[in-house]
Write a protein that binds this ligand. Sequence first.
Ligand SMILES: Cc1ncc(C[n+]2csc(CCOP(=O)(O)OP(=O)(O)O)c2C)c(N)n1
Ligand SMILES: [Mg+2]
Length: 274
Amino acid sequence: MNTRNVENYTVLANQIRAHALRMTHRAKSSHIGSCLSAADLLAVLYGKILKVDPTRPNWPDRDRFILSKGHAAAVFYAVLAERSFFPLKWLKVYYLDGSPLGGHATYGVPGVEVSAGSLGHGLAIATGMALAGKRDKQSYRVFVLMSDGECDEGSTWESVLFAPHHKLDNLVAIIDYNKIQSFGSVKDVLDLDPLADKWRTFGWAAKEIDGHDFKQIESVLQNVPFEPGRPSCIIAHTVKGKGVSFMEDQLAWHYKYPNDEQLGQALAEIGISE
Ligand SMILES: Cc1ncc(C[n+]2csc(CCOP(=O)(O)OP(=O)(O)O)c2C)c(N)n1
Ligand SMILES: [Mg+2]
């Protein structure tokens, strides 16, 4: 179960892309572009890297994973369902009234450590979990997947300052650097570059990767912590809407949901039949 090759990652990533497309289509909900940019990172994390046990979601020694960009909940639920944290059929009720699967990552769903969606909180929560792990002499690691937009938030930079001070080398921040946020490009709204240097200056060990290259994703995640005594930051260069040609790098797909025809075209492009 835990050994994957690139071909397997491709299969898992396309499966969860297809789920997210169907879910947002059915629910008429937003954020498909955000889901597609994170799919390859999630496929490697849940395909191999995270020490988790779907039959025991609260196993004390599990690695913790926080989706801080909680608006990408559809693809997160999809990968949890593919890893059997809960039945795949739950995905069909995503975003519906009374459903356990809320439109943003929702605590209580098996495998979801914390609710998220109010941006800028995930790193602080992860940092607290990592500090608790150190103080309790536990071996678990804490991974947090953030957006570039969250790097505009003061709460993020408090945590960036805090974690190296406490030598939290059990903490890994992954930034889905898709260069687009709600109202425009990161460059236009609030430029972050040189982003890796900023994290390094605060005391993190930072590496940059192509967030759609499975070999690079696997290799960087297998090598955390990059330096003993320092938290690790992975800047993953990604494309919003990755995998569906007409959604790639298009701000509108932060908001829009695919209609019937667009769903068919999108599934065909990623090689999955309706
Ligand atoms: C504190 C807060 N402010 C505003 C929003 C509304 N909002 C939802 S997604 C988003 C930004 C999307 O861009 P980014 O954070 O880069 O995430 P991406 O989808 O590109 O990964 C915003 C501002 C929010 N969820 N939380
Ligand atoms: Mg973004």
